[in-house]
Design a binder for this molecule. Structure first.
Ligand code: HEC
Length: 137
């Protein structure tokens, strides 16, 4: 009997930690979403979670998968080797690599070098986890 109780206790602790981790992720993604909105990324980008319809830049709904494809593309001219770094580079140095089809966009992406490290971190977290933690409307 004590063994069962021990296992149940462990299960409860893990369950609690999982819920806690999820709550923290949700909070970070929500903060990232607010950064996305406050910097008006949606003026140029379409994103379901942010309810934006911009057409001057690429769609952001599946950016985690797309970012992976970008760095594997032989024409990729930036320095990123991970998905996180690709997003960081896209926001800080958009000119490092211009997405095919948008090289001549009427509204080129500005650099967001003035963004704080905390904002950038949350913004990237949101972009990568938007489907999991910010359910589509
Ligand atoms: C004035 C329009 C404009 C705004 C505002 C803008 N972008 Fe962009 N963005 C673009 C264009 C155009 C491209 C494609 C050309 C390039 O790669 O720079 C792009 C590319 C990107 C890419 C690469 C997408 C891909 O498919 O590889 C990411 C990531 C990105 N933007 C994120 C952001 C974020 C985050 C913000 C807000 C902080 C933002 N953008 C604000 C115009 C904009």
């Amino acid at each position: 009997m004590p063994k069962v109780r021990y296992k149940l206790g462990l299960l409860l602790i893990f369950g609690f930690l999982t819920v806690l981790a999820f709550a923290q992720d949700k909070e970070k993604a929500d903060y990232g979403l607010s950064v996305y909105k406050s910097y008006y990324c949606g003026l140029c980008h379409q994103d379901t979670a942010a309810e934006s319809q911009g057409i001057f830049g690429p769609n952001h709904d599946a950016i985690a998968v797309i970012a992976q494809a970008r760095i594997l593309d032989p024409h990729y001219s930036g320095k990123a080797t991970t998905v996180e770094d690709y997003l960081r580079e896209s926001v800080l140095e958009p000119e490092a690599y211009l997405v095919p089809g948008f090289e001549f966009s009427r509204h080129r992406m500005p650099s967001y070098k003035h963004m704080s490290e905390e904002e950038l971190d949350a913004l990237i977290f949101f972009l990568l986890h938007q489907q999991e933690v910010v359910p589509a409307q």
